[in-house]
Design a protein around this ligand. Structure first.
Ligand SMILES: C[S@@+](CC[C@H](N)C(=O)[O-])C[C@H]1O[C@@H](n2cnc3c(N)ncnc32)[C@H](O)[C@@H]1O
Length: 242
């Protein structure tokens, strides 16, 4: 996909959410078999450290139901699993879930974030790594997360964010020139990785994301920058019920 097509898909307001959703679904169907390999290559393995931090902050203890939403091939979900808790891998892409099931013995459900196939007040913790950016209606997805969390339940959201100013020129150079080439070489899907970069560029920065979560009803919202803000973990709690 060339940049023009991306602009048509993401910049043009007339493009429906349905079309965006279909494009995103196609992207993940194509990249699924080489998704993990590509993650390692693109981030020099650093995504593993970010995910480890996410799991550490989630501190899965006791008998909890944890949902790893937009969980893809399950590498966060499997790290969250302990003897006592139940972890559910949730993702709308059957291709990504299939790769996850091949690698791990884990329960999964096919669901989008915007229409979560889970009961009200049923989940202790929701983790979402590099997933909210892919929701065509992120606010709807966050509302759904709020709905399914139990009172005092938490969301932990790991996402690309806005790096420190001094790092931006290098980061932009790497994102725009190197990543699509790596995508072509390793995943054989340059368009998919052009989509990735565009979606990162359009994503709110740390403070904006915090404000959005607060406006949607989450309490105690705070965040941890990772690798000088290249990625960030936002945490919020559902206090009480509406
Ligand atoms: C970049 S991958 C992240 C996978 C995994 N969490 C990780 O960190 O490796 C994004 C995932 O979001 C999923 N996704 C796309 N649209 C979604 C939606 N509307 N709701 C929830 N997940 C979605 C994709 O299928 C894909 O598996």
């Amino acid at each position: 996909m060339q940049k023009n097509n991306l602009d048509q898909t993401f910049g043009n307001q007339e493009v429906s959410n349905k079309e965006r959703e279909q494009l995103i679904r196609r992207v993940f169907t194509k990249v699924a078999p080489r998704y993990d390999l590509m993650n390692d290559a693109m981030s020099f393995g650093i995504h593993r450290l970010w995910k480890r931090k996410l799991v550490k902050l989630a501190k899965p203890q006791g008998s909890q139901l944890i949902v790893d939403l937009a969980g893809g091939t399950g590498d966060v979900a499997i790290k969250l699993a302990t003897e006592n808790n139940l972890v559910l891998l949730a993702d709308p892409s059957l291709a990504m879930l299939k790769e996850g099931i091949k690698r791990h013995n884990i329960s999964c459900i096919a669901t989008t974030g915007e229409q979560l196939a889970l009961a009200n007040n049923s989940v202790d913790t929701i983790t979402i790594a590099f997933g909210v950016r892919n929701m065509t209606q992120m606010e709807k997805g966050l509302e759904e997360i709020w709905r399914v969390l139990k009172p005092d339940g938490r969301i932990l959201c790991l996402e690309f964010s806005t790096p420190h100013r001094w790092l931006r020129p290098f980061y932009n150079l790497y994102s725009y020139y190197i990543i699509p080439r790596l995508g072509a070489w390793i995943a054989r899907q340059p368009e998919a990785y052009t989509y990735l970069i565009e979606s990162i560029r359009r994503f709110p920065d740390q403070e904006e994301m915090k404000k959005t979560m607060e406006q949607l009803g989450f309490s105690d919202v705070h965040y941890h920058n990772l690798s000088f803000g290249i990625a960030c973990i936002h945490i919020g709690t559902k206090r009480g019920n509406r």
